[in-house]
Structure formats: structure tokens, C-alpha cells
Design a protein around this ligand. Sequence first.
Ligand code: ZN
Length: 233
Amino acid sequence: MSAAVMFHPPKHQIQRFVEGELSAGMSVALSAHMEFCADCRRTAGAAEAELVAQWNAKEALQSPADLTGILDAITQQPQERANTPSTPVSRKLVVDDQVISLPRVLAQIASAGLNWKTVSNGIRSAKVDLDTDTTCEFIHMQPGSKAPQHSHRGNEVMLVLDGKFSDEMGEYGASDFVIRDPAHRHQPRTETGCICFSVLDSPLVFTEGWLRLWNPIGLALFQLTRWRRRKLI
Ligand SMILES: [Zn+2]
């Protein structure tokens, strides 16, 4: 696996992000990473320019009457009032005594309030509800903590917001976009502590100890939560 793949979203995923094909959870993770990463912003900008060129080429084939109709529809939309005052969202996230600065997209999400829960020794998470297909959470790992060893049924993204963590494949710091899939078995751990934003599109598969007994229950709960959210939408 190349370094570019280990620390940044792959190009095909950025392409799908630009085309609006990703889930809200994955889109938020990519968008937050891009606030840190000029290289990925450039890749997204190029993909966007290509998409606009394709639209323009299609539009040029339409009749002038069609185009006039579109322009009329746009100009008849109610215009947003200029200078509407809006309350600025704080970019600060306080976890224990630590204060970190969040990417704008995550600050917006966290502004609704985060409900931290202990998930294992030294690890807490705050889930946020963004779509029906993913489980998204802020994760705080205290110094010296480690997650249970696991594999994946689907994709897991960990965007590092502060501090560092490592696994069997490397060490990751602030802004790194780490993707793991069914080919990977790993155990994230941290010496100095870290705060991440995580997106899962399928439940984890625990591969050690009594937690393996949790796998069928975890899968059933993931499916139940997804079914409930879809019913609410
Ligand atoms: Zn990047």
C-alpha cells in the first residue's frame, strides 16, 4: 500500500465525493480531511472542473428554449436576503482538559452537543447521527489505551483530529485519513492520546477474546439501527 493511500482518501473516493455518490458520513470525513489537505482539495477541484465541463458539453446540445427555461426557473427563485446575521459556530472542542480546533464541518456537527460514553478502558466515543448507512462518532483515546483487535465487514475511516495513534500498518497524526477494509486486521493504540472522527459502513468484527461473542449481536444491532433510521426518514 502506498503512502498516499495510507494517509489520504483514494482518488476514486474523491471522485465519488464530488459526484455526490458518497453517504453523508463519508462525505463529512472527506470534507473535514480536505480542510487540512491542499493536495486533496486540488484533486477535488480538478474532478469538479471535469464534471462542470461535462455538464456544459451536455447543455450545449440542448435547444436554446430549454436553456431559457432553466434560466427563468433560477431567476424566479426567492432570493436569500443579503447580510442575514448568523451565529458563528465555535471551532473549539473541549475533551477532558484538552482543547482542540475542529474542521468547520465537524464543528457544525459538534455544535449540537456531544454525548460521550465509555466504550472500553481509556476509550470514549460520542456518536453523531448523519445518515442511514453509516455509524459516525468522535473517538477519544487516552494516552496508553488500545482498542480491541478487529477486522471489518466493510470500510472504516479514521480521521485523526489531534494526537497520534498507530496500528500494525503504521503511525498516524493530525489530518491523516486512514481507511481499513475486510483485508485488514488491526489494533489501534496510542502512547500519547488522540481524538479522531470515525465512520463505519458495517460493524467491526472482533478477532480476539470474549469480544468475538459480541460479533453477531453487533451485526444485529447495526442492522436494527439502520432499519429504524430508514423508517424515520
Ligand atoms: Zn489528503
